[in-house]
Design a protein around this ligand. Structure first.
Ligand code: C5P
Length: 278
């Protein structure tokens, strides 16, 4: 390992454009069929060799983020067994359905692999169901409990506003509140969407099965969806993951940025970001 080497890596927000819950395993984990994409907003991670493991958390969303071994970033670094100093700059809200912790863990794995020169990535399934798709960092179809990931080859450009009121959501409690665990999957073969408009029209025929149980426990999610639905030029509104972050889809970046400005004016205390999804 090069002692002087510093590795910087971006940890993008993960967005579930669809999330179908299609079954439940005997161990309690749920089988999913989800179209996962990544935003050009996210956290930033810097890794440098050190004589002991250390995690420093900075940035606008650093409050409350653990800096001890319980942070997924530390667990990810532990897979390599070399001591490092990690600086995590948090821009994504925590427990928010956009994979902040999972994306940070996946980015740490990629940074450590570069730093150590390890060509083979370790098994990340122990870190969490979403970490594997976050290693891909590109539009993917995720099945099983998250271990079965296949990239989507051609996706039209897609723009979004992400919004979160600040309320945190516990993923296990949302899965627990889900009444029907055996919902239909997405079509076996996904269409080849030629335009952004056609893609959004197709997405509107699909679902996030966790939306209803999440709203039951966290009514702020309904407020978020309502506020996004009222924005100019919006084409589709949905919750990501187990919430509470919701997204509104747009055909152009200008439309997304204009809508984000409107929402920030209305709700100055919400986390609101315009982004491209890919
Ligand atoms: O794997 P991760 O730690 O992100 O999952 C958090 C919790 O969400 C799990 O303990 C489980 O209760 C629930 N979960 C699930 N099925 C999945 C993913 C997560 O039931 N596919």
């Amino acid at each position: 390992m090069n002692e002087m080497q510093i590795t910087k890596i971006f940890a993008p927000a993960k967005v579930n454009l669809t999330l179908h819950v299609t079954g439940q395993r005997k161990d309690g984990y749920h089988l999913l069929d989800s179209l996962v994409v990544f935003a050009d907003v996210g956290d930033r991670i810097t890794v440098r060799p050190n004589d002991a493991n250390r995690l420093e958390v900075i940035g606008p969303k650093a409050a409350g983020v653990p800096t001890d071994g319980s942070n997924l970033v530390c667990k990810a670094a532990d897979l390599f067994g070399v001591p490092v100093h990690i600086t995590l700059s948090k821009h994504l809200p925590a427990m928010a359905g956009i994979g902040g912790g999972s994306s940070d863990a996946a980015a740490t794995v990629l940074a450590l692999a570069e730093l150590t020169g390890d060509a083979r990535l370790p098994d990340v399934t122990t870190l969490g169901a979403d970490v594997r798709v976050c290693l891909m960092r590109q539009a993917s179809r995720m099945r099983g409990i998250g271990e079965d990931v296949s990239p989507i080859e051609a996706m039209p450009p897609l723009f979004a506003v992400l919004a979160n009121t600040g309320v945190e959501v516990s993923t296990p409690s949302v899965f627990k509140a889900l009444e029907c665990k055996n919902n239909p999957p997405m079509p076996k073969k996904l269409p080849r969407w030629k335009t952004t408009a056609a893609f959004i029209n197709w997405l509107a025929t699909q679902r996030n099965d966790l939306e209803a149980p999440a709203i039951k426990g966290t009514p702020q999610i309904a407020d978020t969806l309502e506020a996004l639905n009222a924005l100019p030029d919006v084409r589709l509104v949905r919750m990501s993951g187990s919430g509470a972050t919701c997204f509104a889809l747009f055909e152009t970046r200008e439309q997304a940025e204009r809508a984000a400005a409107v929402l920030r004016d209305e709700q100055p205390n919400w986390w609101v970001e315009a982004c491209q999804l890919s």
